[in-house]
Design a protein. Structure first.
Length: 367
């Protein structure tokens, strides 16, 4: 029988629990645990590590518990300082150490604001109303000292959130991350790029493509990481009425798209070498060399054969085929170009739409 996965609580719930503990402390009550109500109605019983008085209010520490979710913030300390203000003056949020600040439009929080998402803000407002009444007002400063370093392992730099991580959570309950949840977490990159004026965007499977794109002068603000979910991200792009997408990345990943594979994890579909062999054979690669491609361990191992037999044109054919399959995948609602690289980021080939995008944006993508 499968083990039931444990839920935890979000950084937003930690901050809300800290807010409640700080307010109760100011009222003379020290709590080792508080209960808050998640936005979906789930009661959350959250331990309080410590509460201390500050010059203007009180500060509480809560240690994040992620349950069985592979969350990078599991075990970090979330500090919430609360300063009570005169009734009716509102609740104001501030970024302490390790909390990022939004710098680009397109997110759920406007530029200039601390990256404390709407869910956590509502949780904290609910707690303040519970303790202080409907006109209760306070300054709330959230700090996650480890946040500045942790942010390097998130999409925050891409989204234009600087200085730390975000305080997140839709309801306050942290359920083990599903594949669907991870896919959806990639989508805001598109919205940020659109808000910056990019209706043509560059889709890269990961850091390898992102670094290569930077070397070719592609605008960083237009780059969107897709992970293995290329088909899903193309669908979201079509929904947003993007004009064009450039698929840009390693041939080992994008050759799968040429074969009609849009979820590219190697445990789901690993037809890289078969795609290379089929298109090379169609262009005249001898049978013995086709066998050598199929016997290779990686696409990089197979690439010298294309030069050996003068078949570098196959790269452009693969790109054109990947674009055609991608456009078919979204029922022609989106124009797609493709450019493929080596592991070192060297350009192998591109199709006509990729060249068009390059000319329009003055990229140094053509040799």
């Amino acid at each position: 029988m499968a083990k039931e996965m444990r839920s935890g609580y979000t950084t937003g719930a930690c901050a809300a629990a800290g807010t409640k503990a700080a307010l109760l402390f100011l009222d003379g009550e020290y709590c080792e645990k508080v209960t808050i109500m998640a936005l979906d109605g789930t009661p959350l019983h959250i331990p309080i590590q410590e509460v201390i008085r500050t010059p203007s209010g009180a500060r509480a520490e809560v240690v994040k518990f992620s349950g069985d979710d592979p969350d990078i913030t599991n075990g970090v300390s979330v500090f919430t300082e609360v300063v009570v203000r005169p009734e009716g003056s509102g609740v104001h949020f501030h970024a302490g150490r390790g909390i990022g600040t939004v710098t680009k439009p397109g997110l759920s929080v406007p530029p200039g604001e601390p990256s404390i998402n709407p869910g956590p803000r509502q949780l904290i407002r609910n707690v303040i109303e519970e303790i202080l009444g409907k006109d209760g007002s306070a300054d709330v400063t959230i700090s996650i000292p480890a946040g500045e370093e942790l942010a390097k392992r998130t999409l925050n730099p891409i989204l234009g959130i600087v200085g730390g991580i975000s305080v997140i959570g839709t309801t306050g309950v942290l359920r083990p991350m599903s594949e669907e949840g991870f896919k959806n977490s990639l989508v805001p990159q598109m919205d940020v790029a659109l808000a910056a004026g990019f209706d043509t965007q560059i889709f890269v499977p990961g850091k390898m493509g992102e670094n290569a794109a930077a070397r070719f002068g592609l605008p960083r603000e237009a780059v969107v990481q897709t992970s293995n979910f290329i088909g899903f991200m193309l669908e979201r792009a079509a929904e947003r009425k993007l004009k064009r997408v450039l698929l840009f990345g390693h041939i080992g990943k994008l050759s799968k798209v040429a074969a009609g594979v849009f979820y590219t994890h190697n445990r789901i579909a690993d037809g890289r070498l078969e795609a290379l062999a089929a298109y090379a054979a169609a262009e005249g690669l001898p049978q013995e060399a086709v066998r050598r491609i199929l016997a290779a361990t990686t696409t990089e191992e197979a690439l010298p054969l294309f030069a050996e037999y003068g078949l570098e044109r196959v790269y452009g054919i693969l790109c054109a085929r990947a674009s055609a399959r991608a456009e078919r995948y979204v029922f022609q609602d989106l124009r797609v170009g493709t450019a493929m690289t080596t592991l070192k980021g060297e350009l192998l080939g591109m199709d006509d739409t990729a060249r068009e995008i390059g000319r329009d944006f003055h990229w140094n993508i053509e040799s």
